[in-house]
Design a protein around this ligand. Sequence first.
Ligand SMILES: *Cc1c(COP(=O)(O)O)cnc(C)c1O
Length: 333
Amino acid sequence: MPFLHDTFPTLAQTLPHVSLGDGPTPVRPLDSLGFSSEVWVKDESVFGNGGWGGNKVRKLEWIIPDVSRLGKDTMLTVGGIGTHWGLAAALYGHEHGLRTVLAMTDQPIDDHVRDQQRRLKASPATLHYLHTQRRLKLATPVLMARYARKRSLPYYLPAGGSSAVGALGYVETALEIAAQVAAGELPEPAYLVSAVGSGGTAAGLALGLRLAGLKTRVIGIVVNDVFPLDAPMIADLATETELLLRDRGAGLPDVDLGPDDVDMRLAWLGKTYGDPTPLALETLALARDKEGLELEPVYTAKALGAIRDLDAQGFFADGPVLFLHTHGPRSDV
Ligand SMILES: *Cc1c(COP(=O)(O)O)cnc(C)c1O
């Protein structure tokens, strides 16, 4: 049973969930990277039973049943040509009888993006290449109409699946982290560091950590220059998610998340989304060699690179750091 249903029993009736992976995902200390602070990793890469893992699968556990609840059978969503989100939606949606239509924009091409494109083309997704943000914006209503069935529009999802429903995946994960802390598997983190693309992960975590009564502060390493999210936007999505839970009848404690509750950092973005910074590439190699962690250059290597810099600056004086490893290259799909 998800922690959200266990903690707020009314939600078991009002907020459907499908299990797409097995939690809790493991936590372990990162001892071999030369940190002066205590740094742990929570490995979300192993979450997901459908041939692809990582943070997007957490969101789909709440999104897929919401699509079905509304009687729809098609999801329409947007992303870069290497979108992790689009791939996860296509694979897990297909398993649940849902079609995924992806409208995509260009991003810098490297080996990682080439691999993603190959996976996307082999996936059940219907792909549309729009190249620029402007063309994407203009095409979206056209595609919504094209894929409507019996006057029912597709279920639209913003980039990264970062709707309030999607963010529930990381409210759930924050409750899971709190249970790991309570069980003594992990010290209570003073900081939780995650890459931030579309914001659902950071927003869900910020809300969930607060609901769980932890003092952990979310530090978001922003990797997206197209929609560079700031603290007010993350706080707004967290509040929207809180309102969704209240609307479904959860008796939540008083939480009033504001921009001061999250910390968004732009310094590790590089030139653009997907631009592999030298620090990210170095961190990727180091994490693989010393810790056996399979990062990628777009998100997770930038986030762990930021932890290395912040650690060297003495930023983590208040206590343990938890790095959320959000990337999920499961079997070779
Ligand atoms: C999408 C993604 C993120 C960012 O999550 P958001 O909820 O979009 O901010 C981080 N890491 C990886 C590997 C991702 O694919």
